[in-house]
Write a protein of this length. Structure first.
Length: 166
């Protein structure tokens, strides 16, 4: 359900909630400071009061909840960063493999596109077929080498439905 709606607007909402938690935390710090000051000033007498004990429990619960929510939001943000980093790496890997595979085609096309006076392969009977064969073989060779080394990874495999790492 959330995978399909995984977009920057959700990340924006998460950061807004994180900011709200920061505001609440900064509001609770002075309250906690006052509580500690009261305990320091009145020592044992204040700990006997039921209202003070109840207030202390509420302050502790609020601080604990804010810390837990903050930890959860940080975990969500870390997960989003991992997913984004993985997707970016997969895109860069794909572009690198495609560029590497088509480099022979571009290099040989650029070489034969130059206007030199002496290019012996232009006069050969099977020069055109030889050049096509050289382009195809070198492209397949590069792809085979990358595949053999395991550098293509799962670029050509279909992604699993519902995966975070599409």
């Amino acid at each position: 359900m959330f995978i399909k709606k995984n977009e920057t607007s959700i990340l924006d909402k998460i950061y807004k909630r994180r900011h709200e938690l920061l505001v609440w935390k900064s509001l609770l710090i002075p309250v906690k400071e006052v509580k500690i000051g009261i305990e320091e000033a009145f020592l044992e007498d204040v700990n006997k009061g039921e209202i003070f004990k109840r207030t202390c429990k509420r302050i502790e619960r609020a601080i604990e909840l804010i810390n837990e929510y903050e930890h959860e939001i940080d975990s969500i943000i870390n997960l989003e960063e991992v997913i984004s980093s993985h997707r970016g790496n997969e895109i860069m890997k794909t572009l690198t493999v495609i560029t590497t595979i088509f480099t022979p085609l571009m290099a040989l096309g650029a070489l034969w596109g130059m206007n030199f006076k002496f290019m012996p392969e232009l006069e050969w009977k099977y020069g055109y077929l030889l050049s096509l064969f050289l382009i195809v073989v070198s492209t397949i060779g590069f792809y085979g080498y990358l595949k053999m080394k395991g550098w293509t990874g799962d670029l050509l495999k279909s992604s699993k439905k519902g995966s975070f790492f599409k």
